[in-house]
Ligand binder design. Sequence first.
Ligand SMILES: Cc1cc2nc3c(=O)[nH]c(=O)nc-3n(C[C@H](O)[C@H](O)[C@H](O)COP(=O)(O)OP(=O)(O)OC[C@H]3O[C@@H](n4cnc5c(N)ncnc54)[C@H](O)[C@@H]3O)c2cc1C
Length: 808
Amino acid sequence: MRNSARVVVVGGGVVGCSVLYHLAKLGWTDIVLVERDELTSGSTWHAAGGIHTINGDPNVAKLQQYTIDLYKEIEALSGQPTGLHLTGGVMLAATEARFDWMKSIVAKGRYLGIEARIITPERAHELMPLLDPTCFVGAIETVVDGHLDPSGTTQAYAKAARKLGAAIERFTKVEELIQNADRSWRVITDKGEIRADHIVNAGGLWAREVGHMVGREHPVLAMEHMYLITEDMPEVAAINEATGKEVIHAIDFDGELYLRQERGGMLMGTYEKACKAWAEHETPWDFGHELLTPDIDRIAPSLEVGFKHFPAFQRAGIKKVINGPFTFAPDGNPLVGPVPGLPGYWCACGVMAGFSQGGGVGLALANWMIHGDPGFDVWAMDVARFGSWASKAYTNAKVRENYARRFSIRFPNEELPAGRPLKTSPIYDRLKARGAQFGAAAGLEVPLWYAPAGTRDEFSWRRSNDFEAVAGEVRAVRERVGLIETTGFAKYTVRGSGVTAWLDRLLASRIPAAGRMTLAPMLKHDGRVIGDFTLANLGAEGFFLVGSGIAEDYHMRWFQEHLPKDGSVQILAHGMGCSGLAIAGPEARRVLSAATTADVSARAFKFMDVRRIGVGMSSALVARVSYTGDLGYEIWCDPANQVHLFDTLMNAGAEFGIQLFGARALNSLRLEKAYGSWAREYRPIYSPVDAGLDRFVAFGKEADFIGKEAALRDKQSGGRLRLRCFIVDTDDADVIGDEPIWQQETVCGWVTSGGYAHASGVSVALGYVPKEMADREHGWSIELLGRRCTARLQHQALFDPDGRRLHD
Ligand SMILES: Cc1cc2nc3c(=O)[nH]c(=O)nc-3n(C[C@H](O)[C@H](O)[C@H](O)COP(=O)(O)OP(=O)(O)OC[C@H]3O[C@@H](n4cnc5c(N)ncnc54)[C@H](O)[C@@H]3O)c2cc1C
């Protein structure tokens, strides 16, 4: 065994082998994969081998498409068949709500280039004669759907990687991972030691245990999963004979089943509600090529539906039932990328659909390691989306929920209950008592809206029972004053002797003077946007940055990677250590004024001013800025003071008609100002010009900030896209994101977010379109729940286009 390598990949399942292949393909061949047993000795060998491109998240859908397209390539290079059968498939809806969801999925597919179409149950029956069309209301026909041989596919990756120069050590167990002072790693195996620059945890069923070797608790849990295989069925033989083809794939969402042909019979798998975790606390190291004992009773309710929806199964004998474990992250997406705070340690685990996603995971990881960037939008699977708050018990609760809901509908306004409440702010009980309906963001309970007594969210694709209440909250802000909790934002303090120079290099904006703030985009080396912050200069106290709460760990990873080695800059992410409230609306100044003795008059405390003042009895950092686009203040304080501050502001606001508002009202308010938001309008695939953030980029500043050259090139060439605001002609539903934007008869763009702008009384969509057509006045429409709604380009903010309310 070699004693050094640039990269050691731990684990020879389909994911580890894909990572190895992609690293070698991109030119890193001094790499070795270490597998404790034979390749495929985790979940991989007993997978059902199903593959499909459709996924609720468009970026995951793209990655699945890449993976499936790759199989021909690795077959050709390795000479090893993958057993790929692209049969096509149908996805079936038994309810109208599911059918609505399907329409949105097909619509998304249009801009992703995924071939899928809505069909009737009768057409679905023609394509897949085993189903009973009377059980369904509609279906999707998919083209890129099928199955493959899990073992052959893994071997094909492995052989292709070997051909390119990679090494594989089988029957070698990694027992310890130790980081050296120079950041390199000692990989201690039962056959000796390897020194490596990078480690990839592709440990699959043992990813958690490999994580423990570096002192981390990765949020993954294995679940038992069963599928059955029938004896040969005459109905299958008849279809094969009549069509000359295999029976196509089927996913029956309401039955929570998937089906495909397996030799002369059928394979039927299910994600049962009464699900069961496996090896909850410790995965046994002696588990290998064995299966778990099937428990038919657990899957009986799904099978009953299956036998009704697919009547031929009632006459079929069951040949065998497979029960095997595989891992999930709390949201069901993979955990990929560099782990924050552990340079050179990478994750490629929690991949629950290794045969649909493994290729994309391997490509992203190899790009990231070699080029410093995954090369496409991987937010949905970035390991940094879960911080240390995603504990083992949280993961266990969330993974169970996710498994049981694998084929369930999640409505756009639906908040899932498992693992909550995990993090609450000091005023949680006060907000709850006033009717707050909460959602969870990065584990924190965030008020979404305030419901009248006895009301709670009714889940729907259309406008729901929160509509009037949110309208009232928006009205309060635009006409009087509203208060919102902002603890969920990410807050950082940056200080040290080198802080100004460092921020000047890291952020694309100018550095504000002491006591002032600025909007500060942060760019990657390729000039694309990796963050958007408000940067406040607190003078001797250092700098205070406010950004997206869900991206706190994601941004901290970037900050830490770029900190000077000499210790001249220190950065602290406050997390729950700093609480926030914000007031906004025309009366906001009078409310603040009533709560403080400081001079907060328009002249003394201007837009984008920031200072520490007393509010009530508490010291608070007050910033005159508001994401509502109205006169407003963000107020940051020690958590110990938040209750006091809340009571003080609510008391001071009483005479001005202060009202609480939540994240849904905030969304409505920011939409009518066309303000973008992180992970929606602002993502690392857009340039400042695309996103309309170029006016905040200080191209002329002296400092050579990261991404300057590329962003300048992009500005000069005009970029590729434009973020545009549209008014959508719709009456009972609003866009939420990912709907296709049409120009005449062509899908040319996609919606990033939207909703109803209550104060303006219109439905709004923000989205990207190609720059060449971005200023066309006419011909726009947006597809919403299967219907093309006329859309009008909105050139200026719907509310206060001159920004007088903000500035005066
Ligand atoms: C019943 C069932 C049906 C499924 N059906 C499908 C399907 O239809 N389609 C689909 O896409 N997916 C399916 N899956 C999921 C699929 O199997 C997984 O997504 C995939 O196998 C994950 O691969 P992996 O490489 O991440 O993990 P694993 O296959 O678990 O591989 C991890 C490897 O790492 C090795 N390892 C771990 N720790 C160490 C160490 N310390 N030292 C050395 N080696 C180590 C292990 O021995 C193992 O070989 C199914 C799973 C099950 C159980």
